[in-house]
Design a protein around this ligand. Structure first.
Ligand code: EPU
Length: 341
């Protein structure tokens, strides 16, 4: 029997530290818990919210849906052959702990993704990425529970429709599947570290490292992240609050003429990706606080909870930022975080 708890506070289960009550709450520690819930008719009565590390969500004070916290653990080396190691990880494992484990084992491929908060199961859903690497580059497959028919299905990389902070699990399969384990392909020999991101290269150069190994990259990423991003244990936050908007090249060229130094990265012949943090800083929001909510002093893309903010206050703050960026640049910012009611 799976225990279903009532009126459970989620304050400590979301990195923004928002007050929120789940009407029903289940801590899922093994796959069979999901099958049991299915047998009991849980999924035909409710559409639950699936909670991982709570690091990319804004919660309202009283949720309308039951919450399933995925705590399935385990890290298993399936195979080591030639240069590759195939690793299977339970969806509830902490992502950074897994990265740390991989780096200590000498497995390459995830070192650029150090210190990203959240769980392993949530990582492919939004195709987490940082410092020139996205999880899709090392992804083999995942196993998901289908809430519609109670079966477990394997999804290989080409079925996941990975994009920038995007996958099929945020679109067609949203609210239908629960990730229970993830299989990654890491390199245990002949790994070629990715130091394409200039901030990372500079951090390594500052330490006099020209030819970094996995651990060097890991340590540099940790240092760069600590200097730019707030530790959620110290200051509540959900990482980047907005996506970096992709705009038409005409608008980008127009802005280049009127605004000096607008950064942009070409996406294709017609589109350019612009850092939302730059836009928000230009609009005057960097380091600014209103009531309980603020924008982080070292990275304007991060909204922080300075004390007792509610989800509603966070969203109002976000809307004010969106309004000022829209009126200043004609660019629409869309949230990267998920808003849960
Ligand atoms: N910038 C500013 N002011 C700011 C912040 C940024 O002017 O306050 C400009 C700078 O020109 C900087 C550029 O924006 O060169 C890019 O900034 P940064 O390298 O910090 O990266 P980002 O585009 O703001 C993205 C990801 C981060 C990831 C970093 C590093 C998104 C939405 N965010 O941020 O991911 O760590 O790149 O790769 O794509 C997250 O998703 O939670 C996250 C933190």
């Amino acid at each position: 029997m799976v225990e279903i708890q009532k009126d459970v506070p989620l304050n400590d289960l979301n990195t923004l530290g928002l007050p929120s009550i789940a009407p029903l709450f289940v801590n899922v520690t093994k796959r069979e818990d999901l099958s049991d819930l299915y047998q009991e008719g849980f999924f035909s009565s409710y559409s639950p919210f699936i909670l991982g590390g709570g690091s990319n969500i804004v919660l309202s004070e009283k949720l309308n849906h039951p919450v399933l916290k995925i705590s399935i653990s385990g890290v298993e080396i399936l195979l080591e052959e030639k240069d590759d190691a195939r690793i299977r990880i339970g969806a509830g494992e902490n992502w950074h702990n897994f990265v740390n484990w991989a780096v200590n084992k000498g497995y390459g491929g995830v070192e650029n993704l150090a210190l990203i908060p959240g769980t392993v199961g949530a990582a492919p859903i939004q195709n987490i990425g940082a410092y020139g690497v996205e999880i899709k580059q090392v992804f083999e497959s995942l196993l998901a529970f289908d809430m519609r028919d109670g079966t477990f299905k394997r999804f290989y990389k080409n079925q996941c429709k990975f994009g920038y902070r995007d996958s099929i699990f945020k679109r067609e399969l949203k609210g239908k599947c629960i990730v229970v384990e993830v299989t990654l392909l890491l390199k245990h020999e002949n790994h070629d570290p990715n130091i394409t991101y200039s901030g990372l290269r500079e951090a390594l150069n500052d330490k006099g490292i020209q030819d970094p190994d996995i651990k060097d990259v890991f340590e540099a990423v940790v240092a760069v992240r600590r200097s730019k991003l707030p530790d959620p244990k110290v200051l509540g936050n959900a990482g980047s609050f907005f996506k970096n908007p992709i705009i038409e090249i005409e608008l980008y060229e127009k802005l280049q003429n009127s605004r000096t130094g607008i950064p942009g990265y070409p996406v294709d012949d017609l589109h350019v990706k612009v850092p939302a943090g730059w836009l928000i800083e230009q609009a005057g929001w960097k380091g600014k606080q209103i009531g309980n909510v603020g924008t982080y002093k070292n990275q304007a893309l991060v909204i922080v909870n300075h004390g007792n903010a509610t989800g509603e206050e966070i969203l109002n703050h976000a809307k004010t930022i969106q309004d000022s960026v829209r009126s200043m640049f004609g660019i629409e910012l869309t949230p990267e975080v998920n808003i849960i009611n």
